[in-house]
Design a protein. Structure first.
Length: 108
């Protein structure tokens, strides 16, 4: 099971829990143990907590992935772009130098 499979399973479980909580609160409202406004308030509070937890979880996963990639010493897109720019600059300088050498050879 890959990291992405684990993340997908966790998200799906989270969605299942969210649905179960809403069903539970709806049942309490139907039984008269909670008023509709109390039920709506609980759903709203719970949803806000889930959103906050989800954001924190996403940040944690992102941090873990960044640290893992850093430890693996895999170049970033920015690193590759910098190398490409340097390579293009060197190629241009080499082409220019080759032109100078050719011109000097013709003069002799």
């Amino acid at each position: 099971m890959t990291v992405f499979d684990v993340m997908k399973s966790a998200l799906m479980a989270g969605f299942g829990v969210q649905e179960k909580v809403r069903e539970f609160i709806d049942e309490l409202v139907k039984k008269g143990e909670l008023s509709e406004s109390q039920g709506a308030k609980l759903v709203k509070e719970w949803s806000e907590k889930v959103d906050k937890s989800s954001s924190e979880w996403n940040k944690s996963i992102s941090d873990i992935m960044s640290k893992t990639l850093e430890k693996m010493n895999i170049p970033t897109r920015e690193d590759i772009e910098k190398l490409n720019k340097k390579l293009n600059n060197l190629a241009a300088r080499l082409k220019k130098l080759e032109g100078v050498v050719e011109e000097e050879g013709k003069e002799e």
